[in-house]
Write a protein that binds this ligand. Structure first.
Ligand code: ATP
Ligand code: PRP
Length: 211
């Protein structure tokens, strides 16, 4: 049995066509079904529906053989022990620093101000600001980061941006790009050895589909 861990929403939606070109189609729609283990048209392949941040954990421990996770998640939680053979080029966005439209970020940084930064990506933010020598107090949030500077909780946020619509709607602007982000295929290293005959053709099919 090959087990693939995925998160509901954009990762599932954008991975489904890749799975399809590898000949794998889920028997249930995760948006409609409450099932967390989805059978597929192939008796030897099943899908696990987990939180985006939990995908690497399932693969690391071997509860799933393969997974699809954003680079943001892999960078933040460590992709240690995971084989990352493929950038799938899906769920593309950018990790950025954003501030209120009227805030002079460069000046604040130049003056050596200590910035309060709210984010779900504490580790990523810590490394980014440390590398630039900017002093920050980090505030961990679990979502809706855009609210933090609007309410005085923070001066800046570190978050993902795609169209920029969420920033604009909340009168924020991106002032620094930290990294481009896209989803990666991740593989449990032991599974790759033990189940190579089954996994290798899948990797090749994914690579062809992701091109
Ligand atoms: P959870 O619901 O578990 O908190 P999440 O809200 O981050 O996780 P999604 O919003 O489905 O889950 O995001 C999954 C992945 O998709 C992210 O880890 C990131 O790599 C990518 N992503 C997030 N936001 C965007 C976006 N606006 N455009 C494109 N890709 C995105
Ligand atoms: C992500 C991200 C931003 C938004 C950016 O949130 O955290 O809020 O997308 O996309 P945009 O630049 O196209 O507006 P998401 O839609 O995943 O919501 P959630 O993480 O709060 O569920």
């Amino acid at each position: 049995m090959i087990t693939i861990a995925l998160s509901k929403g954009r990762i599932y939606d954008e991975t489904a066509p890749l799975l399809k070109s590898a000949g794998i189609v889920a028997r249930d729609d995760p948006e409609r079904s409450r099932k967390l283990i989805l059978r597929t048209n192939r008796a030897d392949v099943r899908l696990l529906i987990v939180r985006a941040t939990d995908v690497p954990t399932y693969v690391q421990y071997g509860a799933a053989d393969l997974g699809v996770a954003g680079k943001d998640v892999l960078d933040e939680n460590g992709g240690q022990g995971l084989y990352q053979p493929l950038d799938l080029g899906i769920a593309r966005c950018r990790m950025v620093v954003a501030v209120p439209a009227g805030f002079d970020y460069r000046r604040a940084v130049r003056q050596g101000a200590r910035l309060r930064v709210a984010t779900k990506y504490v580790q990523t933010a810590r490394e980014h600001f440390a590398a630039k020598g900017v002093h920050v107090d980090l505030i961990k949030l679990y979502g809706s980061m855009e609210l933090a500077p609007l309410t005085g909780l923070a001066d800046a946020i570190v978050d993902l941006v795609d169209t920029g619509n969420t920033l604009r709607a909340n009168r924020l602007k991106a002032v620094e790009e930290i990294a481009p982000v896209s989803a990666r295929l991740i593989v449990n290293q032991a599974a790759l050895k033990v189940k190579r005959a089954a996994i290798q053709p899948l990797l090749e099919a994914f690579a062809r589909a992701a091109r």
